[in-house]
Design a protein. Structure first.
Length: 292
């Protein structure tokens, strides 16, 4: 095996460790940060994320003048802690992750190739790492999303149906099959919004009803995460969501009700909510109009 010279680079990212880990290891994220200059991009990425699994990240100039596949095999994976891989030219790379307060310290050590100048290589790898930092921290930003649906049913029926246990489980199924709430709809009350995973583990949000006006408005504030009976209200993972709002507004109209939803989302899940909320509201509409 060749003795390549090792280079170490590092950065600190203002984000929870779980998000940093997802953004580094999921190819859907990789395509958004894995390039060393603004004139380059990463049009595709594939990864079989396991020890012995292969990965391939396509790196190309935007003008199509040049491109190559950054390929290798994972040789070590310690979830939320470290990983290592070996490139097709036998060079090795080690990456470690550590939550330090509100930041994650990410250290990357790579074996330099023998063709290009060492400083040039370090600059390129540092640029990719800076892209990663910017991308992840941007995912933590909160955007306000708005949705609405007209339902041909009386406002009192829409209000009651939206919050009733059986209908709630049905109209929220696009978000997560098996979703339900545990708590009381009333001003000042705590509510848990829960969805079980394929193994039966319960996860979700810890929230408070901050405004409750029958047939007019429901306002929620999310302030924690829920996992298998534990309410987590402190820490970097919670900090992204703490204080985010979800509000429902009901307006009586001729022949029906206009329901408007305003909800906060961090940018990691923005596209997901833009896709799923309209589907959920369509189900609610069908339930109400069938039962009017």
């Amino acid at each position: 095996m060749k003795n390549f010279e090792k280079v170490t680079i590092s950065t600190k990212i203002m984000a929870p460790l779980s998000l940093v880990w997802r953004a580094w290891t999921n190819p859907d994220h990789v395509v958004n940060w894995n390039f060393a200059a603004d004139s380059w991009h990463c049009p595709s990425a594939t990864s079989d994320f396991k020890i012995g699994g292969k990965f391939s990240y396509r790196m190309e100039a935007k003008d199509n003048s040049f491109g190559f596949d950054f390929k290798g095999e994972f040789t070590e994976i310690k979830p939320m802690e470290s990983l290592a891989f070996q490139l097709d030219d036998d060079r090795r790379v080690w990456v470690s992750f550590e939550q330090q307060g509100d930041e994650v310290s990410l250290v990357e050590e790579f074996e330099a190739e023998e063709v290009n100048d060492l400083d040039f290589q370090k600059q390129g790898w540092n640029t990719i790492l800076e892209n990663f930092k910017i991308y992840v921290e941007d995912l933590c930003e909160i955007d306000k999303l708005h949705f609405e649906v007209f339902i041909e049913a009386p406002v009192d029926l829409v209000f009651r149906t939206m919050l009733e246990d059986k209908a709630y489980r049905e109209w929220t199924s696009p978000f997560h099959p098996g979703s339900f709430f545990r708590g009381i709809w009333g001003e000042g009350e705590k509510i848990l919004f829960i969805g079980p995973d394929e193994n039966g583990n319960e996860g979700g949000m810890v929230s408070k009803v901050v405004r409750f006006i029958p047939n007019k408005q429901v306002s929620l504030e999310h302030y924690g995460l829920y996992h298998n009976g534990e309410e987590i209200t402190e820490g970097p993972e919670v900090k992204i969501w703490a204080g985010s709002k979800e509000e429902y507004f009901f307006k009586e109209r001729d022949n029906g009700t206009m329901l408007k939803v305003a909800t906060d989302s961090n940018r990691e899940y923005k596209e997901y909510f833009l896709d799923v909320w309209p589907k959920a509201l369509q189900i609610l509409k069908e339930i109400c109009e069938t039962n009017k």
